[in-house]
Design a protein around this ligand. Structure first.
Ligand SMILES: [Zn+2]
Length: 380
């Protein structure tokens, strides 16, 4: 997700990016502002209305950025590294590099967002009521309207279902009052699924009664449902994998390439023959790894001439784990190098014992479920 997002600068040291899908919501909001203003002020000139609608979109956009920035700034103050903010079709997300380690921190990071939105509503209404004489007529109406939108944004985000801010607040409270973090997460995700399901149902119902806006509500519900399910599955998976060591899950029968084989040999005898995207290279004092990506970078006419050891990468900490590493840690490692390489080698000193790819984890989980071993639900 968000691979095509564009940076619009850093604010308070936090990078803000816009995903192209956000333009859809900007357009929809602009359109509905225009229709609303025309409805309330039938005499408003269309150029003035356009200007006012565009300004309103910008103010609303700024409000969402401020909401997300408040999450980011609070997280950073509490020592949680922040990657940045991305605005997309369904609003904004703040990406942190790790989760809060204490319930109190989680609570503060979550609650500051809705609090900011509600505060913005207060400021906008104060401007309308006590602002200068310049703010009146359509402009005052627009600001008041934006105030209501911000209040709605704040209250909606306070709904107590994960992944909404209110769901995080609920999780932090459950976590603090004796529950484990996994159990608190599952509960909050459960409420999140319920809220999402209600939104989908109400949204679709109102579509059938002729209100097309319900489609939008159902879409947001669908998005929230997916996110809640993903969080839920992640917790179950982590709990399952905690109990398993790398040596118990790895594929042990490694297919290795001798170090003096040519690239051509490696392509014909291994990369075209097996489904793997990397092979350990052995036979020299230090084992290494040759990847599909490395082979792709070598021009075809050199394949006969070059030996594989010239294109291997050495095994460093980033791509290796010990045989007794718990699998939830292995999964974290695989996630950290997301996109870089999708495997870790299980090594004992200089000896390669096996390999673990996301597919191995998936196979293990599926097999455990088939055999009735994955009884994690009862324990959480
Ligand atoms: Zn938020």
């Amino acid at each position: 997700m968000f691979t095509h997002s564009v940076s619009i600068g850093r604010y308070f040291g936090i990078e803000v990016r816009i995903d192209p899908s956000w333009l859809v919501i900007a357009f929809l909001f602009g359109w509905s502002f225009y229709a609303q203003f025309q409805h309330v002020f039938p005499d408003l000139a269309s150029t003035t209305n356009l200007l006012l609608s565009a300004t309103s979109v910008l103010v609303f956009f700024g409000s969402v950025v401020l909401h997300e920035l408040s999450h980011s700034v609070m997280a950073r103050r509490l020592g949680i590294p922040v990657e940045g903010i991305t605005l997309f079709l369904f609003g904004g997300v703040t990406k942190t590099r790790m989760e809060a380690s204490k319930p109190r921190d989680e609570f503060l990071v979550a609650v500051v967002g809705p609090a900011t939105s509600i505060a913005i509503a207060g400021v906008l209404w104060a401007l309308v009521n006590w602002g200068s004489v310049l703010i009146q007529g359509p402009l005052a109406y627009a600001l008041g309207y934006l105030g209501w939108l911000n209040l709605g944004l704040g209250l909606f985000n306070l709904l107590p279902g994960f992944p909404l801010d209110g769901g995080r607040v609920l999780r932090s409270i459950l976590w603090a009052t004796g529950g484990s973090l996994p159990r608190a997460t599952r509960r909050a995700a459960g409420v999140g699924k319920l809220i999402a399901a209600i939104m989908i149902a109400v949204g679709l119902l109102s579509v059938f009664t002729g209100n097309l806006g319900g489609l939008w509500m159902a879409a947001i519900g669908w998005f929230l449902y997916q996110a809640a399910v993903a969080v839920d599955q992640d917790v179950v998976l982590k709990a399952l994998l905690q109990e398993v060591r790398a040596r118990d899950l790895m594929s042990p029968n490694l297919i290795t390439i001798p170090w003096d084989a040519t690239i051509r040999d490696a392509v014909d005898g291994y990369f075209l023959r097996y489904d793997h995207s990397a092979f350990p290279v052995v036979g020299r004092d230090q084992p290494g790894l040759i990847t599909l990506r490395a082979v792709r970078q070598i021009p075809n006419d050199q394949w006969e001439l070059r030996e594989v050891w010239t294109a291997t990468t050495s095994l460093d900490d980033a791509c290796t784990v010990g045989p007794d590493t718990p699998m939830d840690k292995v999964m974290e490692k695989l996630r950290e190098q997301e996109g870089e390489q999708d495997r870790v080698l299980v090594v004992d000193g200089d000896r390669i014992l096996g390999i673990i790819t996301p597919r191995d984890i998936l196979r293990w989980v599926r097999r455990s479920e088939e055999l009735g071993l994955a009884a994690v639900d009862a324990e959480l």
